[in-house]
Design a binder for this molecule. Structure first.
Ligand SMILES: [Zn+2]
Length: 149
């Protein structure tokens, strides 16, 4: 594989940024100025007032921008990196529908250097050695060769 590392890093950071802004949206399904700005940046049309709250309700979101908008933004960020996009989106779905105790769990996992967990605020998994985003199925970093256990 010949993934461009700089681009890959940028995609990871951008997913973290967009995911953070999306998750900060409260109540679930609302449209904050910050999220609206991101939608505009990625040329994603916001859902209508009714549709956005309906989508959030249907997905049982406790907070965050509605899933269809977040998925569209993540796809725009990822381009052809579909698998990374899918993992980031699945993580967003989990965070936006789950009670906050999971956050403490993720923090504890990070403190124990477990690399199969997302760091707080992160929407991609990263190589413990060089910090490059990686996919869940990867057991060796594509960029620095580090083993990921
Ligand atoms: Zn690495």
């Amino acid at each position: 594989m010949s993934t461009n590392r700089a681009l890959w890093m940028e995609i990871g950071l951008e997913l973290d940024r967009a995911g953070g802004v999306a998750l900060d949206v409260e109540p679930a399904g609302a449209l904050t100025p910050q999220w609206h700005e991101l939608l505009t940046e990625y040329k994603v049309a916001p859902l209508s007032e009714d549709a956005r709250f309906a989508a959030a309700r249907e997905a049982k979101q406790l907070k965050g921008a509605p899933l269809p908008e977040v998925e569209a933004v993540f796809k725009a960020i990822c381009g052809s990196a579909l698998e990374l996009c899918g993992e980031a989106f699945a993580h967003y779905r989990q965070l936006s529908t789950q009670k906050p105790k999971l956050f403490a769990h993720a923090k504890a996992a990070a403190a124990q250097h477990r690399y199969d967990e997302y760091a707080p605020g992160a929407y991609v998994l990263r190589c413990p050695k060089c910090g490059a985003p990686r996919l869940q199925r990867e057991l060796k970093c594509e960029f620095c060769g580090a083993d990921i256990k």
